[in-house]
Design a protein around this ligand. Structure first.
Ligand code: NDP
Length: 605
């Protein structure tokens, strides 16, 4: 894997860019950092309410016992359930806040919604279900339906609890089971618990003064109000035809929504703070032949190939060949496999030159598409490619050539300054609006057992986050922790991550199910020794990448804790997801017995 080749910018050009990037960062960094946002709770709870279930069906609280409780019914939870079923587990209960399976794809149904990871590698279990997507990048509804398809195939609905939030997990030493409590009065028992609560699941709002005063209609993109806008995710938003619509946010979501609003709304005001990079999308219909879906295991091979490339490993062929894979060298710059390429200074210089060439190409794309020079100037991104999540669209820039779309740049005022009863204030101008839509993203790390909102009481009543308070998180491979038997954590903490997160989740599900199957076979508990956690943390620390040098110079966003830089240290496996999966496979073959403890000795220890 090499960094993409492009004409090398001169040293003077690079120095000028560095200076420009610094200035653009300074325009945006705010002293309140991540505190600038508001959670969609209490008086803002309306923004997080489930628009798809008007009346939650009544049911009796559950007090029974299941084999496995899975917290979360998105792809992580569904895959955990499916892999458990494949291991022969009968009573698998998924508990999900939403009214059905799907997670992100249940909640996000905004117009234009698509996945920008290729559908043939993003949709899990294609081999198992025989489903072959027909578009390179699938629409959200197809993905949501696939989530339901997988859940149905493994009969996960029969025991699931929807519109239900888990409120605590408590280990009961005497019975060797977990007590799972929920906001619907359930208190059932489970031999094993898998937590799959997602990473970007709680919508957030900007803490703009006056936001509560707005008298027009308002909602967050992850809770799209079709009753107001009319139409479907495919468009036809007839309810907006005479409306003045404001949209705040131009991240991966805003990029997809804005062209759809432009088609149907009376007038659209796009409130932008930082422009995204918007690369070529080239969505197209695909045939089974195009994607090599002609033999068993084709989907597994394709996604392994993709993961290899985006993890910085070498591959003979690039099967997906899109802008993620061809830009992988710029996105995975922090992996040791890249940093090892010769001398570090030389690597960083080559990286900077390649990055500048890529960003010049993206800025040129704006100029070539957007006809008004002032709008084009404002849409150009000035930071390094990997500072923010890249976006892809062939419809976004052309939307700004329409007479009914106005771009309002808010960088100088650090975002929208004020919301009034009738609209939005930026600088000297008030924009009167009928509808204000927030495409302002999600709180990072504020849901699930690592956030404190879902307390986990392990052996002796010890709370997970209290146990970690002094020395930081302690796990083996990110999945299991001493003192918390039979609890399996999914997610990227001390585990691995990748742009194709469903692949990561599936590997995690396979691992979780293998642990459970081994424990069942031995009549044992799953619990790592403290020494195993120490060894894992040491292994993570040994090659931990120094993110600081890169992220400290980035424009703010959730990648760098709103400008504060990314913490160094052992937060994830440093050699990439592909290598991590190899490591897990080896460990399951050679060492899995180490984590199993006989029930009697473990319970008395
Ligand atoms: P993001 O957090 O990426 O974007 C939020 C946007 O809101 C940013 O443009 C931000 O500006 C802007 N914003 C926040 N506060 C203000 C303010 N006060 N005034 C003006 N603008 C403001 O959220 P998204 O929902 O776009 O994306 C979240 C993640 O979801 C993505 O990063 C991606 O991982 C995932 N996603 C994936 C998709 C896929 O196809 N696979 C599609 C959509 C989302 P600023 O940048 O200046 O902070």
């Amino acid at each position: 894997m090499t960094i993409p080749q492009a004409p090398t910018p001169t040293p003077d050009e690079l120095a000028a860019l560095r200076q420009r990037y610094r200035l653009e960062r300074e325009r945006r960094v705010r002293p309140d950092g991540a505190r600038q946002y508001r959670a969609t709770e209490a008086e803002f709870g309306y923004y997080a309410a489930d628009p798809y279930v008007r009346d939650v069906p009544e049911r009796e609280p559950m007090h029974d016992t299941v084999d496995v409780a899975v917290v979360g019914g998105g792809f992580g939870g569904i895959l955990a359930g499916a892999r458990m079923r494949q291991q022969g587990l009968e009573r698998v209960r998924i508990v999900e806040k939403g009214g059905d399976f799907g997670g992100t794809w249940y909640w996000n149904r905004y117009p234009g919604i698509h996945c920008d990871i290729e559908s043939h590698v993003y949709l899990p279990m294609l081999d198992e279900t025989g489903y072959v997507p027909e578009w390179k990048y699938a629409p959200g509804e197809e993905i949501r339906r696939h989530a339901v398809r997988v859940a149905q195939k493994f009969n996960l609905g029969s025991d699931a609890l929807f519109s239900t939030a888990v409120t605590s997990l408590t280990w009961d030493e005497a019975s060797g089971t977990w007590i799972v409590a929920t906001d619907r009065g359930d208190a059932f028992r489970a031999t094993y618990v898998v937590t799959a609560t997602g990473t970007l699941s709680e919508p957030k709002l900007p803490g703009i003064p006056g936001i509560e005063d707005f008298k027009g209609h308002t909602f967050h993109t992850s809770r799209w109000d079709y009753a107001y806008t009319g139409g479907t995710p495919d468009g036809g938003l007839t309810g907006l035809s005479h409306k003045r619509v404001g949209i705040v946010g131009t991240g991966a979501t805003g990029i997809q929504v804005i062209p759809m609003l432009a088609e149907d709304a009376g007038h659209v005001y796009v409130f932008q703070r930082t422009p995204s990079t918007v690369d070529v999308r080239a969505n197209r219909r695909t045939t089974a032949r195009d994607v090599g879906a002609d033999h068993d295991g084709w989907a597994r091979e394709r996604r392994e190939n993709y993961l290899r490339i985006v993890s910085g490993e070498t591959a003979e062929q690039d099967l997906v060949a899109d802008r993620w894979t061809t830009s992988a060298g710029l996105l995975e710059k922090l992996l040791p496999s890249f940093r090892r390429q010769g001398d570090r200074k030389a690597f960083e210089a080559a990286y900077e030159a390649a990055d500048a060439a890529k960003m010049n190409e993206l800025r040129a794309r704006v100029e070539q598409t957007v006809t008004d020079p002032d709008t084009a100037r404002k849409l150009k991104p000035w930071y390094r490619y990997a500072c923010k999540r890249p976006a892809f669209s062939d419809k976004y820039y052309p939307a700004f050539n329409r007479g009914n779309v106005t771009l309002v740049d808010t960088a100088d005022t650090h975002g929208i300054e004020r919301v009034t009863e009738h609209g939005v204030v930026v600088g000297d101008t008030t924009y009167e609006l009928d509808c204000l839509i927030f495409a302002t993203g999600f709180s990072v790390g504020t849901s699930g057992i690592h956030s404190g909102k879902l307390p986990v009481h392990g052996r002796g009543g010890t709370q997970l986050l209290h146990a970690w308070a002094r020395q930081g998180p302690r796990t083996l491979h990110g999945f299991t922790s001493n003192g918390f038997p039979n609890l399996i954590q999914m997610g990227s903490l001390q585990n691995a991550s990748s742009v194709n997160f469903t692949h990561i989740l599936d590997e995690q599900a396979v691992h979780a199910a293998a642990l459970v199957a081994a424990a069942e076979a031995e009549g044992a508990l799953i619990e790592p020794a403290r020494e195993a956690e120490d060894d894992w943390i040491a292994a993570l620390a040994k090659d931990a990448p120094d993110h600081e040098w890169f992220h400290a110079e980035c424009t703010p966003g959730y990648y760098n804790r709103e400008g504060r830089g990314r913490p160094n240290g052992p937060t994830a496996y440093p050699h990439g997801a592909f290598a991590f999966h190899e490591l897990l496979k080896r460990w399951r073959e050679e060492s899995m017995g180490e984590i199993l403890q006989t029930r009697s000795s473990a319970q008395s220890s």
